[in-house]
Write a protein that binds this ligand. Sequence first.
Ligand code: SF4
Length: 344
Amino acid sequence: MPVVKPRCEASPLDDREGVRSSLAKWFSKVGKDFPWRRTHEPYAILVSEMMLQQTQVATVLGKGYYTRFLDKFPTVEALAEADDTTLLKAWEGLGYYRRARMLRETARSIISKHHGHFPETEKELLSLPGIGPYTCAALLSFAFSKPSALVDGNVSRILSRLTDDDSPIDSTLTIRKHRELAYFLCAPENPRIHHYAMMELGQTICRPGVPHCLECPVSKYCASKSPETLPVKKKRTPITLVTENAIWARNSDGAILLHHESGSRRNGLWKLPLRTAAQCESLQLIAEDTYAITRYKVSLRVHLSKNQPTKTGEGDEWISLDQLETLPLAAPFKRMIARLLPDF
Ligand code: SF4
């Protein structure tokens, strides 16, 4: 069913002041209060942006990850000095651990190249490791109150609809076009509020699928005729199914055989040792789970090792239950261990 939508009266290109003031007025009534919206501290804003890149607000806030991380590493200096185990433990549960290491790289670079002071220009920010155009724009506006071209998925969807643009939002051309438009619309006197309002509009009103156009503060600037059909994306890479066969082995002291990852995306994390399907053929399957990572859907199958292995693979170690509490575990394996060790 087509979306019911007020008539378009003006282009956002012709009346950007109207767009800015409508958004600001609406946000002053409905804007949500998040801890990172209360601060101008660039370090705290950077941590929130990194966490929110691939994790939902509800998870970051509801499970206390954001405040716990800042309590553990309250300053750039504290984060720069963090060792791998402490860092990954503090990030445990958020997944995509590369972000934690990158955050520490950014902190180290701020210490070594900028004497511990956060740079405030686009050029300097973009030269820091881990800071791309989006994070740079977020820091410019949220920490330093400068106008910026802040475009995330929500903003991109709104811009496609406002301009009735069906070019793929993930194409280089549209990405550039949206960045220019986002900067053009951004209110220079209050870029923080402007960007928060755009993001909130995308999350609550101009939602994916069917938007709530009758409640939209900028509906009179919206040219979209069938907003539910926008935005358009390039064809997706298909999901690949893979199977991981892990073993569950305990020794006579009750220790568990774990594997310490190196040279992969889970570098530094611990997990159950993996074996080939042939090695697990004669072993009893005791638990199964699935998890998704990037374009893979992984079926994790855990087999009971018949005897305590006398020889372990490279990187495998016996870990006591006390040690287990302190090690950073890859999330799917942590869930699995919790299933197999009800007291963990
Ligand atoms: S911006 Fe989104 S919610 Fe607002 S009128 Fe256009 S399509 Fe509807």
